[in-house]
Design a protein around this ligand. Structure first.
Ligand code: PLP
Length: 349
């Protein structure tokens, strides 16, 4: 396979960006080799700078549920951008995307658009702290919630630990309010609540943890978290940035039929453009500025081009049988992988 152009581009990129990339996972360190520089994509396929064609199983790490350069999404982006790309004032497109989401998701009543998943989660945590007037947050080992300071923590060795920073540049003082426990351990959560009675603002979880392999949780466990949060007046945050609009239009909340207090979305919601959001009840959302005292803002929040891309993509997701078709395709892929593995095993023995 020809790699000259990608390699030359990477050499140049290394003098421009740390590690030659603008997000660490793109450096290929965990898979070896040097990054492919992508020229274009269409549907399930991408082409690199050397003209090699690939089937893309990455899908930009989640956002591209319709594949690359979907005609409807591309048309919507073109139409929107011709009218201007940002105004710093509201547009009808923000209403349209919000309506599309809220009408089809009974777990949230109001939302705020931001520009990334990290920003969505960071804001959701601030909201939980502002609403409960408590400082501590509880997260789980193995769940990823973006790169904001208080979430860049790894668990220590005890059952209930205060986070150790997992990144240089994050002060201990910041992560001292982050409690980390292992997934699927009711005892650890109970112990944390006993130890920090009336101090925990929120419990945050990826309800379908998908950033460290797929760590499916039991519905009973998620329900346990719901109940213990309710008992302790702690908010439950479902971080659905990666699983949202993927297991169904109303995400894991809908899949498990569990009502979290705050939900975050990202990735698919923007049709491949930078969009995130957090949503909650009317009451909790009323804490957000300018209605309430919790400040949160963004120059490009609700950006019209990004809104248009999101509307186009989510409109496709809402069409009849969209998720059944996706399930059928996924099953086909899985079955084929397993049958190939089996035939490999047979030919080995
Ligand atoms: C990707 C992801 C984030 C961070 O989103 P970015 O858009 O990369 O900032 C947060 N939470 C979860 C569950 C994610 O998968």
């Amino acid at each position: 396979m020809k790699r000259e152009k990608s390699e030359a581009l990477f050499e140049k990129a290394k003098s421009y960006f740390p590690g030659g990339v603008n997000s660490p996972v793109r450096a290929f360190r965990s898979v070896g080799g040097t990054p492919l520089f992508i020229e274009k994509g269409k549907g399930a396929h991408i082409w690199d700078a050397d003209g090699n064609e690939f089937i893309d199983y990455c899908g930009s790490w989640g956002p591209l549920i319709l594949g690359h350069a979907n005609d409807k999404v591309v048309d919507a982006i073109k139409k929107a951008v011709e009218k201007g790309s940002s105004f710093g004032a509201p547009t009808a497109l923000e209403n349209d995307l919000a309506e599309l989401i809220l009408k089809n998701n009974k777990y949230i009543q109001k939302l705020r658009f931001v520009s990334s998943g990290t920003e969505a989660v960071m804001s959701a945590i601030r909201l939980a702290r502002g609403y409960t007037k408590r400082n501590k947050i509880l997260k789980f080992e193995g769940c990823y919630h973006g790169h904001s300071d208080s979430l860049l923590v790894k668990a220590g060795s005890g059952l209930v630990t205060f986070g150790n920073t997992s990144s240089a540049g994050v002060p201990e003082g910041v992560v001292n309010d982050t409690i980390v426990v292992s997934l699927n351990n009711e005892q650890a959560v109970k112990q944390a609540f006993a130890e920090f009675r009336d101090q925990i603002a929120c419990v945050i979880i990826e309800p379908i943890p998908a950033n460290n392999g797929l760590l499916l949780q039991r519905k009973e466990y998620l329900q346990f978290l719901r109940d213990i949060c309710t008992e302790n007046k702690t908010l439950l945050i479902f971080d659905e940035v990666i699983n949202g609009f993927r297991v169904g239009f109303d995400g894991a909340a809908g899949y498990y039929n569990i009502q979290p207090d705050i939900i975050t979305y990202g990735k698919i919601i923007g049709g491949g453009l930078p969009v995130g959001m957090y949503g909650s009840s009317v009451e909790i959302m009323s804490c957000i500025s300018p209605e309430g005292p919790v400040y949160q803002a963004g120059t490009l929040s609700g950006n019209p081009v990004a809104m248009a891309a999101g509307i186009a993509q989510l409109t496709e997701c809402l069409k009849p049988n969209f998720y059944q078709d996706l399930e059928t395709k996924t099953q086909f892929l899985i079955d084929s992988i397993f049958s190939n593995l089996k035939s490999l095993q047979t030919s080995d023995s």
